[in-house]
Ligand binder design. Structure first.
Ligand SMILES: [Cu+2]
Length: 123
């Protein structure tokens, strides 16, 4: 019976940690340790609070009405991210004039595994 409860707890953990499309592979750990089972990126960010970084990439989707943008971005060492394609939130005003296919530089604030673009400019 105890085993079943442990498995249920492990299955419930990844909920809410899905900000990025690609994540580094987390090593498999046998003990049901919550910190160890979260992926490395998210657990580090949660411990440290929000972080800021600068990146560059290509816009693959943008919705200025809802304030969402998807970027295929290069590595952002300041926040511990490898290159990846992922969605960000952004203030709708920031996204006016930004179109799919634009090459952009951007600032990002990361808390947990969610990122918000706080500044963006076309190359
Ligand atoms: Cu990312």
């Amino acid at each position: 019976m105890k085993k079943t409860m442990m498995i249920a707890a492990l299955v419930a953990l990844p909920v809410g940690l899905s900000g990025c499309d690609k994540k580094p592979e987390a090593p498999k750990i046998e003990a049901p340790n919550a910190a160890a089972t979260a992926d490395a990126m998210s657990s580090m960010e949660m411990a440290a609070g929000s972080k800021m970084g600068k990146g560059s990439g290509i816009v693959t989707a943008v919705d200025a009405l809802t304030g969402r943008i998807t970027l295929d971005h290069g590595a952002i060492p300041a926040v511990g991210w490898p290159a990846m394609k992922m969605g960000f939130s952004a203030k709708p005003d920031l996204l006016k004039g930004i179109a799919v296919g634009d090459k952009v530089d951007f600032n990002v604030t990361v808390s947990g595994s969610a990122g918000e673009v706080t500044a963006i400019r076309k190359h």
